[in-house]
Ligand binder design. Structure first.
Ligand code: HEM
Length: 268
Protein backbone atom coordinates (compact mmCIF):
# COMPACT_ATOMS: atom_id res chain seq x y z
CA UNK A 1 0.00 0.00 0.00
CA UNK A 2 0.97 3.60 -0.30
CA UNK A 3 2.42 3.70 3.18
CA UNK A 4 5.40 1.82 1.86
CA UNK A 5 6.29 4.80 -0.26
CA UNK A 6 9.93 5.67 -0.09
CA UNK A 7 11.77 8.91 -0.37
CA UNK A 8 15.39 9.67 -1.18
CA UNK A 9 17.52 8.81 1.80
CA UNK A 10 20.83 10.23 2.89
CA UNK A 11 23.98 8.09 2.71
CA UNK A 12 24.36 4.57 1.27
CA UNK A 13 25.68 3.31 4.63
CA UNK A 14 22.59 4.67 6.36
CA UNK A 15 20.37 2.99 3.82
CA UNK A 16 22.17 -0.32 4.17
CA UNK A 17 21.97 -0.08 7.94
CA UNK A 18 18.26 0.61 7.77
CA UNK A 19 17.65 -2.36 5.52
CA UNK A 20 19.58 -4.64 7.82
CA UNK A 21 17.71 -3.36 10.87
CA UNK A 22 14.40 -3.62 9.05
CA UNK A 23 15.13 -7.18 7.93
CA UNK A 24 15.73 -8.16 11.52
CA UNK A 25 12.68 -6.29 12.71
CA UNK A 26 10.05 -7.82 10.44
CA UNK A 27 11.67 -11.23 10.62
CA UNK A 28 10.99 -11.85 6.95
CA UNK A 29 7.23 -11.73 7.52
CA UNK A 30 5.44 -12.35 4.19
CA UNK A 31 8.82 -11.99 2.55
CA UNK A 32 8.84 -8.22 2.93
CA UNK A 33 12.47 -8.11 3.98
CA UNK A 34 13.50 -10.06 0.94
CA UNK A 35 11.55 -7.64 -1.19
CA UNK A 36 13.15 -4.62 0.42
CA UNK A 37 16.59 -6.09 -0.08
CA UNK A 38 15.94 -7.02 -3.69
CA UNK A 39 13.84 -4.04 -4.77
CA UNK A 40 15.68 -1.48 -6.86
CA UNK A 41 14.77 1.37 -4.54
CA UNK A 42 17.45 2.79 -2.28
CA UNK A 43 15.46 4.53 0.39
CA UNK A 44 13.95 3.69 3.72
CA UNK A 45 10.24 3.04 4.18
CA UNK A 46 8.07 5.84 5.54
CA UNK A 47 6.74 3.56 8.25
CA UNK A 48 10.26 3.06 9.55
CA UNK A 49 10.99 6.77 9.40
CA UNK A 50 7.76 7.55 11.19
CA UNK A 51 8.56 5.05 13.91
CA UNK A 52 12.02 6.46 14.39
CA UNK A 53 10.61 9.97 14.50
CA UNK A 54 8.11 8.84 17.13
CA UNK A 55 10.94 7.48 19.22
CA UNK A 56 13.20 10.37 18.38
CA UNK A 57 16.14 8.05 17.79
CA UNK A 58 17.63 5.69 15.25
CA UNK A 59 17.22 1.91 15.44
CA UNK A 60 20.59 1.23 16.97
CA UNK A 61 21.10 -2.20 18.54
CA UNK A 62 22.32 -0.59 21.74
CA UNK A 63 18.96 1.07 22.17
CA UNK A 64 17.02 -2.07 21.44
CA UNK A 65 16.03 -0.99 17.93
CA UNK A 66 17.99 -3.60 15.98
CA UNK A 67 19.81 -6.84 16.73
CA UNK A 68 19.16 -6.43 20.46
CA UNK A 69 15.43 -6.84 19.92
CA UNK A 70 14.04 -10.29 20.60
CA UNK A 71 12.55 -11.86 17.52
CA UNK A 72 9.19 -13.61 18.06
CA UNK A 73 9.26 -17.35 17.45
CA UNK A 74 8.12 -18.70 14.10
CA UNK A 75 5.34 -20.68 15.80
CA UNK A 76 3.97 -17.55 17.49
CA UNK A 77 4.24 -15.66 14.25
CA UNK A 78 2.25 -18.34 12.41
CA UNK A 79 -0.36 -18.36 15.17
CA UNK A 80 -0.87 -14.59 14.94
CA UNK A 81 -1.04 -14.80 11.16
CA UNK A 82 -3.65 -17.61 11.37
CA UNK A 83 -5.68 -15.51 13.84
CA UNK A 84 -5.68 -12.56 11.43
CA UNK A 85 -6.66 -14.82 8.54
CA UNK A 86 -9.50 -16.45 10.50
CA UNK A 87 -10.77 -13.08 11.74
CA UNK A 88 -10.96 -11.81 8.16
CA UNK A 89 -12.69 -14.98 6.94
CA UNK A 90 -15.14 -15.25 9.86
CA UNK A 91 -17.81 -12.80 8.54
CA UNK A 92 -17.87 -14.68 5.23
CA UNK A 93 -18.23 -18.04 6.97
CA UNK A 94 -21.00 -16.62 9.18
CA UNK A 95 -22.79 -15.18 6.14
CA UNK A 96 -22.52 -18.52 4.30
CA UNK A 97 -23.88 -20.32 7.35
CA UNK A 98 -26.83 -17.90 7.59
CA UNK A 99 -27.49 -18.29 3.85
CA UNK A 100 -27.54 -22.10 4.07
CA UNK A 101 -29.78 -22.10 7.13
CA UNK A 102 -32.18 -19.59 5.57
CA UNK A 103 -31.41 -16.98 8.20
CA UNK A 104 -30.83 -13.94 5.98
CA UNK A 105 -34.15 -12.28 6.76
CA UNK A 106 -37.09 -11.34 4.57
CA UNK A 107 -34.86 -10.08 1.75
CA UNK A 108 -31.91 -12.49 1.69
CA UNK A 109 -30.45 -11.14 -1.56
CA UNK A 110 -30.30 -7.60 -0.23
CA UNK A 111 -28.83 -8.81 3.06
CA UNK A 112 -26.18 -10.82 1.22
CA UNK A 113 -25.16 -7.95 -1.07
CA UNK A 114 -25.16 -5.41 1.74
CA UNK A 115 -23.23 -7.56 4.22
CA UNK A 116 -20.53 -8.35 1.65
CA UNK A 117 -20.27 -4.65 0.77
CA UNK A 118 -20.07 -3.46 4.34
CA UNK A 119 -17.39 -6.04 5.25
CA UNK A 120 -15.41 -5.05 2.17
CA UNK A 121 -15.50 -1.44 3.32
CA UNK A 122 -14.63 -2.32 6.93
CA UNK A 123 -11.58 -4.31 5.83
CA UNK A 124 -10.45 -1.50 3.54
CA UNK A 125 -10.58 0.82 6.55
CA UNK A 126 -8.78 -1.71 8.77
CA UNK A 127 -6.08 -1.90 6.09
CA UNK A 128 -5.72 1.89 6.25
CA UNK A 129 -5.59 1.77 10.05
CA UNK A 130 -2.62 -0.62 10.15
CA UNK A 131 0.08 2.00 9.63
CA UNK A 132 -1.22 4.45 12.27
CA UNK A 133 -1.62 1.52 14.67
CA UNK A 134 1.92 0.30 13.93
CA UNK A 135 3.37 3.76 14.56
CA UNK A 136 1.30 4.66 17.61
CA UNK A 137 1.69 1.25 19.29
CA UNK A 138 5.32 1.01 18.14
CA UNK A 139 4.69 -2.36 16.55
CA UNK A 140 6.20 -2.13 13.05
CA UNK A 141 5.58 -5.82 12.42
CA UNK A 142 1.83 -5.12 12.22
CA UNK A 143 2.53 -3.82 8.72
CA UNK A 144 2.94 -7.36 7.44
CA UNK A 145 -0.82 -7.94 7.77
CA UNK A 146 -1.71 -5.17 5.33
CA UNK A 147 -1.54 -7.39 2.28
CA UNK A 148 -3.71 -10.15 3.80
CA UNK A 149 -6.32 -7.65 4.96
CA UNK A 150 -6.28 -5.84 1.61
CA UNK A 151 -6.75 -9.08 -0.29
CA UNK A 152 -9.63 -10.08 1.96
CA UNK A 153 -11.23 -6.67 1.33
CA UNK A 154 -10.88 -7.30 -2.39
CA UNK A 155 -12.45 -10.77 -2.00
CA UNK A 156 -15.45 -9.36 -0.12
CA UNK A 157 -15.97 -6.58 -2.66
CA UNK A 158 -15.64 -9.07 -5.56
CA UNK A 159 -18.28 -11.32 -3.98
CA UNK A 160 -20.41 -8.21 -3.35
CA UNK A 161 -20.25 -7.37 -7.07
CA UNK A 162 -20.70 -11.01 -8.10
CA UNK A 163 -23.79 -11.45 -5.94
CA UNK A 164 -25.22 -8.21 -7.36
CA UNK A 165 -24.61 -9.29 -10.97
CA UNK A 166 -25.53 -12.95 -10.42
CA UNK A 167 -28.29 -13.01 -7.83
CA UNK A 168 -29.82 -9.58 -8.40
CA UNK A 169 -29.35 -9.03 -12.14
CA UNK A 170 -29.25 -12.70 -13.25
CA UNK A 171 -26.07 -11.92 -15.19
CA UNK A 172 -27.82 -9.32 -17.34
CA UNK A 173 -24.72 -7.33 -18.30
CA UNK A 174 -26.79 -4.90 -20.35
CA UNK A 175 -28.64 -3.96 -17.16
CA UNK A 176 -25.30 -3.65 -15.35
CA UNK A 177 -24.06 -1.15 -17.93
CA UNK A 178 -27.36 0.79 -17.63
CA UNK A 179 -26.98 0.82 -13.83
CA UNK A 180 -23.38 2.05 -14.08
CA UNK A 181 -24.49 4.88 -16.36
CA UNK A 182 -27.71 5.82 -14.58
CA UNK A 183 -27.22 5.15 -10.84
CA UNK A 184 -24.45 7.30 -9.35
CA UNK A 185 -23.87 4.97 -6.38
CA UNK A 186 -23.23 2.07 -8.78
CA UNK A 187 -20.91 4.28 -10.86
CA UNK A 188 -18.82 5.09 -7.78
CA UNK A 189 -18.84 1.48 -6.52
CA UNK A 190 -17.74 0.22 -9.90
CA UNK A 191 -14.97 2.83 -10.10
CA UNK A 192 -13.72 1.72 -6.67
CA UNK A 193 -13.80 -1.92 -7.70
CA UNK A 194 -11.98 -1.35 -11.01
CA UNK A 195 -9.26 0.63 -9.22
CA UNK A 196 -8.86 -2.14 -6.65
CA UNK A 197 -8.02 -4.73 -9.34
CA UNK A 198 -4.47 -3.51 -10.11
CA UNK A 199 -3.74 -3.26 -6.38
CA UNK A 200 -4.83 -6.86 -5.82
CA UNK A 201 -2.89 -8.12 -8.84
CA UNK A 202 0.31 -6.32 -7.84
CA UNK A 203 0.11 -7.24 -4.17
CA UNK A 204 2.79 -9.94 -4.42
CA UNK A 205 6.49 -9.49 -3.68
CA UNK A 206 7.24 -10.43 -7.28
CA UNK A 207 5.33 -7.39 -8.50
CA UNK A 208 7.12 -5.07 -6.08
CA UNK A 209 10.43 -6.23 -7.55
CA UNK A 210 9.19 -6.11 -11.14
CA UNK A 211 7.77 -2.59 -10.87
CA UNK A 212 10.34 -1.12 -8.53
CA UNK A 213 9.25 -0.04 -5.08
CA UNK A 214 8.73 3.63 -5.98
CA UNK A 215 6.38 2.90 -8.92
CA UNK A 216 4.64 0.20 -6.91
CA UNK A 217 4.04 2.63 -4.06
CA UNK A 218 2.73 5.28 -6.43
CA UNK A 219 0.24 2.77 -7.84
CA UNK A 220 -0.86 1.79 -4.36
CA UNK A 221 -1.66 5.42 -3.52
CA UNK A 222 -4.88 4.59 -5.38
CA UNK A 223 -6.14 3.24 -2.09
CA UNK A 224 -6.59 6.87 -0.97
CA UNK A 225 -9.07 7.28 -3.83
CA UNK A 226 -10.68 3.84 -3.57
CA UNK A 227 -11.79 4.03 0.06
CA UNK A 228 -13.41 7.50 -0.28
CA UNK A 229 -15.21 6.18 -3.40
CA UNK A 230 -16.46 3.22 -1.34
CA UNK A 231 -17.74 5.55 1.39
CA UNK A 232 -19.39 7.85 -1.18
CA UNK A 233 -20.99 4.78 -2.80
CA UNK A 234 -22.46 3.85 0.58
CA UNK A 235 -23.61 7.40 1.31
CA UNK A 236 -25.40 7.73 -2.03
CA UNK A 237 -27.26 4.43 -1.82
CA UNK A 238 -28.69 5.10 1.63
CA UNK A 239 -32.13 6.64 1.39
CA UNK A 240 -33.11 7.51 4.97
CA UNK A 241 -30.55 7.18 7.76
CA UNK A 242 -27.22 8.62 6.60
CA UNK A 243 -25.52 8.09 9.95
CA UNK A 244 -23.81 4.72 9.17
CA UNK A 245 -21.99 5.96 6.03
CA UNK A 246 -21.13 9.18 7.86
CA UNK A 247 -19.52 7.16 10.66
CA UNK A 248 -17.37 5.31 8.09
CA UNK A 249 -16.60 8.67 6.49
CA UNK A 250 -15.50 10.08 9.85
CA UNK A 251 -13.20 7.08 10.47
CA UNK A 252 -11.73 7.55 6.99
CA UNK A 253 -11.22 11.27 7.66
CA UNK A 254 -9.31 10.49 10.88
CA UNK A 255 -7.10 7.93 9.11
CA UNK A 256 -6.32 10.25 6.20
CA UNK A 257 -5.95 13.24 8.52
CA UNK A 258 -3.39 11.34 10.58
CA UNK A 259 -1.32 10.69 7.45
CA UNK A 260 -1.51 14.32 6.41
CA UNK A 261 -0.48 15.42 9.88
CA UNK A 262 2.51 13.00 9.84
CA UNK A 263 3.53 14.17 6.39
CA UNK A 264 3.46 17.87 7.33
CA UNK A 265 5.26 17.15 10.62
CA UNK A 266 8.12 15.18 9.05
CA UNK A 267 8.65 17.59 6.10
CA UNK A 268 11.28 20.28 6.83
C1 HEM B 1 -14.81 -0.94 -3.28
C2 HEM B 1 -16.01 -1.20 -3.79
C3 HEM B 1 -17.29 -1.26 -3.00
C4 HEM B 1 -17.54 -1.07 -1.68
C5 HEM B 1 -16.54 -0.75 -0.57
C6 HEM B 1 -18.96 -1.23 -1.48
C7 HEM B 1 -19.60 -1.11 -0.27
C8 HEM B 1 -20.97 -1.17 -0.09
C9 HEM B 1 -21.64 -0.90 1.14
C10 HEM B 1 -20.95 -0.51 2.43
C11 HEM B 1 -22.97 -1.08 0.94
C12 HEM B 1 -24.12 -0.85 1.94
C13 HEM B 1 -24.22 -1.95 2.95
C14 HEM B 1 -25.34 -1.68 3.92
O1 HEM B 1 -26.32 -1.02 3.58
O2 HEM B 1 -25.19 -2.13 5.06
C15 HEM B 1 -23.14 -1.46 -0.45
C16 HEM B 1 -24.35 -1.73 -1.03
C17 HEM B 1 -24.51 -2.03 -2.34
N1 HEM B 1 -23.52 -2.04 -3.30
FE1 HEM B 1 -21.56 -1.78 -3.01
N2 HEM B 1 -19.54 -1.53 -2.68
C18 HEM B 1 -18.57 -1.54 -3.64
C19 HEM B 1 -18.72 -1.80 -4.98
C20 HEM B 1 -19.92 -2.08 -5.57
C21 HEM B 1 -20.09 -2.41 -6.95
C22 HEM B 1 -18.96 -2.53 -7.96
C23 HEM B 1 -21.43 -2.62 -7.15
C24 HEM B 1 -22.15 -3.00 -8.40
C25 HEM B 1 -21.77 -2.74 -9.61
C26 HEM B 1 -22.09 -2.41 -5.90
C27 HEM B 1 -23.44 -2.53 -5.69
C28 HEM B 1 -24.09 -2.38 -4.50
C29 HEM B 1 -25.51 -2.59 -4.30
C30 HEM B 1 -26.54 -2.96 -5.37
C31 HEM B 1 -25.78 -2.37 -2.96
C32 HEM B 1 -27.11 -2.51 -2.21
C33 HEM B 1 -27.99 -1.32 -2.48
C34 HEM B 1 -29.33 -1.50 -1.84
O3 HEM B 1 -29.57 -2.48 -1.17
O4 HEM B 1 -30.14 -0.60 -2.01
N3 HEM B 1 -21.14 -2.09 -4.95
N4 HEM B 1 -21.92 -1.49 -1.04
Amino acid sequence: MADDVETASSSPEKRGRWRAADTRRDGGGEGQSAVRAAAPSTAEPVLGRALRATRGRSPSPARGGGAGRKRPSKARDNLVYAAVWLTCAAPLAWLAFRAFTGDLGVNPIETLIRQLGVWGLRLLLVGLAITPAAVILRKPRLARFRRTIGLFAFAYVSLHLLSYIGVDLYFDFGQLVKDILKRPFITLGMAAFVLLIPLAITSTNGWVIRMGRAAWSRLHWLIYLIVPLGVAHYYLLVKADHRPPLVYGAILAVLLGWRLWRATRSSP
